[in-house]
Design a protein around this ligand. Sequence first.
Ligand SMILES: Nc1nc2c(c(=O)[nH]1)N[C@H]1C(S)=C(S)[C@@H](COP(=O)(O)O)O[C@H]1N2
Ligand SMILES: [Mo]
Length: 343
Amino acid sequence: MLRVRNARTWGGKVWNEREANVTPQAVFNDRRSIVKALGLGAIGASIPGYVQAGLFDLFGEPKSKQPFVTQPLSFSADNQFGQHEVLTPEAKVITHNNFYEFGTDKTDPFENAQGFKVDPWVLKVEGLVDRPLTLDLDDLTKLFALEERIYRLRCVEAWSMVIPWVGFPLADLLRKAGVRAGATHVAFETLFDPEQMPGQKNRLMGGGIHYPYVEGLRLDEATNELALLAVGLYGSTLRPQNGAPIRLVVPWKYGFKSIKSIVGIRVMDKQPPTSWNQLAPHEYGFYANVNPKVDHPRWSQATERRIGEGGIFSAKRIDTQPFNGYGEQVAHLYQGMDLKRYY
Ligand SMILES: Nc1nc2c(c(=O)[nH]1)N[C@H]1C(S)=C(S)[C@@H](COP(=O)(O)O)O[C@H]1N2
Ligand SMILES: [Mo]
């Protein structure tokens, strides 16, 4: 994905500086103590969003930097996937992102997406289904039983995190829509709104991707128990930088398959085009299963940096696992396939 300045590089000087400069946790803590000093209590559900916004005006930041307001979610706890994992701190999960619609640097989504509008939202489920669906923002958190899923996220750039998502199986949605006989694939599309997403207007800022961002899965991948539609993380609704209000999470595949801010899901009878594959087909395949034995043409995929408390360069380097460690659940989907050819 090394198409633009500093994007997708390790060890670039600019990267280092940005990591050092960004201390959002400290900024938020600082705000908390000021709010406390004003006698207004802790920032949270107790203070309505518009009051918070007003307070943040006191600190002289541009409107776009006012933190997006999340809502707590009700869900059942993860008791089968990643309880043994050490979670990546929330402050990292929400500030180190890939969301090229908001810019190609890791902190761009955090910096540029806080004013993103998720209400109203419309998600359409269509194509080869018996009951096409049109879901609004409320439906996304109310129509399906929400559960927590602690998953490893392995980016194709060889960094990784452990994230406690909240969401529902993609299979539940597909069952509700009723997949018709003859369907073989599911396609996904991100919102196209260049007024809100500056990377969609400016080719350099958007990393050269042809927008809207599109992704796809084979039907048997889409209905696998691991494929999740996430509406939250760390117990609350998603922030824009993580793909609010709804995004896909396919933990056994490289992160770019986990498409954000979805407005369209289409059941099809052929393999749909996918954004990174269109941009650089020899580097990014349709399958994109995490595979330590198949290197990216420009770097090894044998190991990864697991992001923890510190910056990217203090992150521990660990071995990358086939299917990101989810082989038990998904390896059977690829039996007999040459995974070097279908990368
Ligand atoms: N629409 C859209 N979805 C996207 C991307 C993007 O640029 N645009 N980046 C992908 C990549 S490369 C990764 S690694 C993950 C990152 O998810 P996170 O920022 O929530 O950790 O989102 C994926 N989904
Ligand atoms: Mo990624």
